[in-house]
Design a protein around this ligand. Structure first.
Ligand code: ADP
Length: 250
C-alpha cells in the first residue's frame, strides 16, 4: 500500500471517529434535555402544592412543618439543577442564538447590582476609568452571567466585591473580583466543566450543582468573548470576561 493510500485511509477513519463522537455527544445532550424537561414540570407542580400546604395549613405540627421545609429545600435545589442542565443542554445544541448588539455597560452593571442587592446584602464597588463603555453583547445574557459571577463572589468571600472595567481599542474587560478563599491552581482549569465543584463534599450551604460557571462560559463564548479565572488560595479570585467593544452609544 502506498504512503498516500495509507494516509488517506487514516484520515478517513479519523473522520469517521470524529463524526461518531459528535453523534454520541449530540445524543447525550438530547437525553439530558429530555430527561430534565420531563422531570422539571411535575416537580415544579409538586413544589407548588408543598408551598401551598405549608402556607395555608394552620394545623401542621412543628415536626410536620420541619419535614416540609426540608422537602421543599431539596425540591427547590433539584428543580434548579434540572433548569440549569436544561439551559446547558440548550446552549450546547446552539438552540439559543445570542445577539451581539451595542450594550452600554455602566447601565447594565448598575441594573445587575440593583437586582442582586434586592436578594443579597453586600457592598459592590464599580471601578472604571471611563463612563461610556459599550460592548457587543446580548444584554439579558450578559446580565445573567454577571449575576452568576456576583453570586459566586459573595458565596465564596466575606468582604466587598469589586467590578472593574477596562477598555482597550477593540476589547472591554469586565473583572468580578473578590477577596475570598481563592481557588487552587490545579482546580482552576476544571471549574468551568459541568458538575465540577472544588468542595468535593458538595456542601449545599455554599455551592450549587457546579453548573453555573459552565453556563456562564458558554454564554460569554456565544457572544464572541472569553471568560477566565485568576485566583490564589487565601487571596481571592478574579473572573474576567472579555468582549468586543462597540462604538459608544451612551
Ligand atoms: P456552584 O454552583 O457549585 O457554585 P459553579 O459552576 O458556579 O458552581 O462553580 C464551580 C466551582 O468553582 C464552585 O463549586 C467553587 O468551588 C468554585 N468557585 C466558583 N467561583 C468561586 C469564587 N469566586 N471563589 C472561590 N471558588 C469559586
Amino acid at each position: 500500500m502506498s504512503d498516500f493510500t495509507l494516509t488517506t485511509a487514516r484520515e478517513t477513519s479519523a473522520n469517521h471517529l470524529m463524526v461518531s463522537l459528535d453523534e454520541v455527544q449530540a445524543q447525550q445532550i438530547q437525553l439530558i434535555r429530555n430527561f430534565s424537561h420531563e422531570l422539571r414540570t411535575p416537580l415544579t407542580l409538586v413544589y407548588g402544592y408543598m408551598q401551598s400546604i405549608y402556607r395555608r395549613n394552620e394545623n401542621l405540627t412543628d415536626l410536620q412543618k420541619n419535614a416540609l421545609e426540608i422537602a421543599m429545600f431539596e425540591m427547590k435545589h433539584t428543580i434548579q439543577l434540572l433548569q440549569e442542565s436544561l439551559d446547558l443542554a440548550r446552549l450546547d445544541c446552539h438552540a439559543i442564538c445570542l445577539r451581539r448588539e451595542p450594550v452600554p455597560l455602566h447601565g447594565l452593571i448598575s441594573e445587575a447590582i440593583a437586582i442582586f442587592q434586592q436578594v443579597k446584602e453586600r457592598e459592590i464597588v464599580v471601578e472604571s476609568q471611563q463612563s461610556n463603555i459599550s460592548v457587543l453583547a446580548d444584554a439579558d445574557r450578559l446580565q445573567q452571567v454577571l449575576l452568576r459571577l456576583m453570586d459566586n463572589a459573595v458565596k465564596y468571600s466575606d468582604t466587598a466585591i469589586t467590578i472593574r472595567l477596562e477598555k482597550s481599542e477593540d476589547f472591554v474587560a469586565i473583572s468580578i473580583c473578590d477577596r475570598g478563599c481563592g481557588i487552587d491552581l490545579q482546580d482552576q482549569p476544571n471549574i468551568f466543566n459541568p458538575f465540577y465543584r472544588v468542595d468535593r463534599s458538595r456542601n449545599r450551604d455554599t455551592g450549587g450543582a457546579g453548573l453555573g460557571l459552565a453556563i456562564a462560559k458558554v454564554l460569554v463564548e456565544g457572544m464572541g468573548g472569553t471568560l477566565n479565572v485568576y485566583s490564589q488560595i487565601g487571596e481571592g479570585s478574579i473572573f474576567k470576561i472579555i468582549l468586543h467593544s462597540s462604538v459608544s452609544c451612551d
